[in-house]
Design a protein around this ligand. Structure first.
Ligand code: MG
Length: 338
């Protein structure tokens, strides 16, 4: 297999602010794996929060190169070698895993969802649209941008949390998903979640810091609202310890290392009766379309990362006007924007 990759700075349309950080651009990596004249594509969106950046990704990709010497068809054998020999570096690993799946789909002339035996016609699937933290005055404009989306994912964890929700409720009665991004203390979380229970909020994501797992047990025992883990869960290995503390998990390819591990997480979460959200980082349509292949297996879809880019280098076929529409195109159904 021939593996090549390059980095690209992807500017955002506006600053993307959450409880503890803000982003003006993403520096993502795009990889190509070629064999027999077929090229599979993958993307890595490294995040400093998960100890990855523009220095670590190329090093990890170079380390994986030695395992890409067999037939890409045998993705599980390749993945096992990578998993045995690399720690962390999940976004870099996701890029390679993604490219292998895209290659197999293109070789078999099948979309990846069909290769995986996933039925995309069973239910209507819609993504949420994220309302990042901003001045209250800009909320109306953001709600307008979300007009095609039935769910609003609202970032909280600020001193204005009540005002943000009240302001949104004056503008729309759409279902809200709240993401506190570890932004609350225990008592504050309890008070805010009790109030949110009467505001047509479906669930709250990551109310407390990762380290306060005891706090999550305490909180979950006192609220009716489903609580979903995001920062608290990277791979399937994290899932057992979350039982009793969370009602569900947010799976992201960039946190877990790709489609292979995401499928393991989905099976494990289902075995434990956990709800499943499928999320993303700031990614192009390539990463988003790769994740979307798994959308029919999940309960909540939050695949809007590409919508915040000034210029998306790829055209994805997976999401149209907020709706997940998996295409019949082979691989991830993605093309390069000319
Ligand atoms: Mg989150």
């Amino acid at each position: 297999m021939n593996l090549t990759f390059h980095a690209e700075v992807l500017s955002l349309k506006a600053v993307f602010r959450v409880a503890k950080s803000a982003k003006e651009y993403a520096e993502n990596f795009f990889i190509e794996i070629e064999q027999d004249g077929i090229t599979g594509w993958g993307e890595a969106a490294p995040s400093k929060f998960y100890h990855e950046d523009k220095q670590t990704v190329p090093l990890a990709i170079e380390k994986m190169r030695q395992f890409l010497n067999g037939d890409p068809d045998f993705i599980h054998t390749i993945q096992e070698s990578i998993d045995k020999n690399l720690n962390g570096n999940y976004a870099a690993r996701a890029a390679v895993n993604m490219a292998l799946y895209d290659w197999i789909g293109k070789k078999l002339n099948l979309p990846v969802w069909k290769y995986l035996g996933i039925n995309p016609f069973e239910k209507n699937l819609f993504s949420s649209y994220t309302i990042s933290i901003d001045s209250l005055g800009r909320l109306e404009e953001k709600i307008e941008k979300a007009r095609d989306f039935p769910f609003l994912k609202v970032k909280l964890g600020t001193t204005d949390d009540y005002e943000i929700i009240k302001c949104i409720r004056r503008l729309t009665d759409k279902v809200i998903w709240v993401d506190a991004n570890e932004g609350w203390e225990r008592a504050e979380a309890l008070e805010k979640i009790k109030w949110l229970e009467s505001e047509n909020v479906a669930f709250v994501e990551q109310p407390l810091v990762v380290a306060d797992l005891a706090g999550m047990h305490w909180l979950k025992a006192q609220v009716n609202m489903p609580l979903l883990a995001d920062e608290s869960v990277k791979t399937s290995q994290d899932i057992p310890k979350l039982l009793g503390a969370f009602d569900g998990i947010n799976i992201k390819l960039m946190k877990c290392g790709g489609i292979t591990e995401a499928l393991t997480m989905i099976r494990l979460a289902r075995a434990y009766g956990l709800q499943i959200m499928l999320g993303c980082f700031i990614e192009s349509s390539l990463g988003i379309s790769a994740a979307a292949q798994l959308a029919p297996l999940c309960d909540y879809i939050d695949l809007d990362g590409h919508l915040f880019l000034q210029q998306d280098p790829y055209l994805g076929g997976a999401i149209q006007n907020g709706r997940i529409m998996l295409s019949e195109q082979s691989g991830f159904g993605v093309t390069i924007k000319s």
